[in-house]
Design a protein around this ligand. Sequence first.
Ligand SMILES: C[S@@+](CC[C@H](N)C(=O)[O-])C[C@H]1O[C@@H](n2cnc3c(N)ncnc32)[C@H](O)[C@@H]1O
Length: 247
Amino acid sequence: MADPTPADWRRTDAYLSETLLERDDALERAVADQEAAGLPAIEVSRLSAKLLQLLIRIGRVERVLEIGTLGGFSAIAMARALPDGGRLVSIEAETLNAEIARRSIARAGLDDRVSVIVGRAADVLPTVDGPFDLIFIDADKESNTVYLDHAARLGRPGAIVVVDNVVRAGRVADPATEDEQVAGVRRGLEMLARDPRFDATALQTLDAKGWDGIALAVLAGSDEATARVVADPTPEDTDPGARASGH
Ligand SMILES: C[S@@+](CC[C@H](N)C(=O)[O-])C[C@H]1O[C@@H](n2cnc3c(N)ncnc32)[C@H](O)[C@@H]1O
């Protein structure tokens, strides 16, 4: 079979979206307002938004931190999946984006559970109170390691961390690229691999947004249930008693 063309993967994305997703007017209107205001169409795909919603349900998430609001599409999607009493805090550097997002969030009836904070995330994050159960990182890629560091601090043990746009049309694996955003993505992935606070993987996506991907991580916890999954475990890794007894 030939390699897929953009037309192939867009058609497949449309098929999966039409087959699996219900139309959500609040989300469609948020995208329409974002477009009318001249904001770029860089929100997550509908299917990725549904993945975020499922992670919230699977992880019994009640408190979400988002870095990078744009026009509120992913914030609305995630807030819709929260249980009663759930809260979402989203940080956005651009005042116009935050205004558009707040309007769409209010129209969706979610302003009681969603707060949009305007400011550069690196300045705002030190003022944010955790803990959060899920952290979605989707802003300037150059700062991914800074955001991951805050995520590790603000997330509860076992919290879910999602980092968007980690493939960037394959440039992440192209040694010739000098793109600063790609360099930021790589630093973030290397941090996820080496920093013992995270256990992570990444998946490529081919969808309406093109060729990209997400990294998904769980924060280390204080108990065995949230301990890092290790390849080729040693007896110490599988049997805590072995370590204590020196085996
Ligand atoms: C990819 S868009 C977010 C898309 C949104 N999460 C969604 O899926 O609907 C990235 C957003 O991050 C914002 N941003 C960029 N740098 C930022 C920073 N340093 N602090 C906070 N927000 C930033 C941009 O203005 C833009 O709105």
